[in-house]
Design a protein. Sequence first.
Length: 236
Amino acid sequence: MITVELVDDQGLVRAGFRALLDAEDGIDVVAEAADGEAAVRLARRHRPQVVLMDIRMPVLDGLQATAQITADPDLAGTRVVVLTTFELDEYVFGALRAGASGFLLKDVEPADLITAVRVVADGDALLAPRLTRRLIEAFVAGAVAGGAPAVAGATASAIESLTPREREVLTLVGRGLSNAEIAQALVLSPLTAKTHVARLFAKLEARDRAQLVVVAYESGLVVAHQDPPPRVHSDG
């Protein structure tokens, strides 16, 4: 059973999402919150696998609530997906940096919402939509243009410790490739590619692929607005 917490200051939005998710086999909405402070409190009480988090809320916004949830060792098994009305919302990028596993637009199709909950509960990140890459590109480019340091000191030091192969793997993760596609692009076994990605999680202290993508862009390994590589598909 996948447990879900809904966080949105609009009761109608919560009711619609609850009706959709509760009707699905294997998904159980265990908590609802109308602000970020309540969201954190209920997450600590119920420890849901997935939190669907609105960004702009009273008392405590979704960005701060996401940061508190992802920083709590007791909630290591909880994944946050941020919800937004706009494709390019600066707060969404902040939430990804704070540890969110991806984002969804509020007008998401019902089937896509259910798929998203299952994907995140399974430990993956919501990085497939091109919207995510566009958002990261836009705000990393804006940070660089504004003269802000692209990568925090600790992260920059960790990147320096990466081997050349790990840098290659991080670049491909940042450009949206799966482990299987990375294996084919670098002529590695799938297990070796998976091992390299696991080492990146450890060295960069990333919760999931969403944070690896952010680091890849912030470090300059992936350049904003560059053309993506051709997609590699396995025969299986």
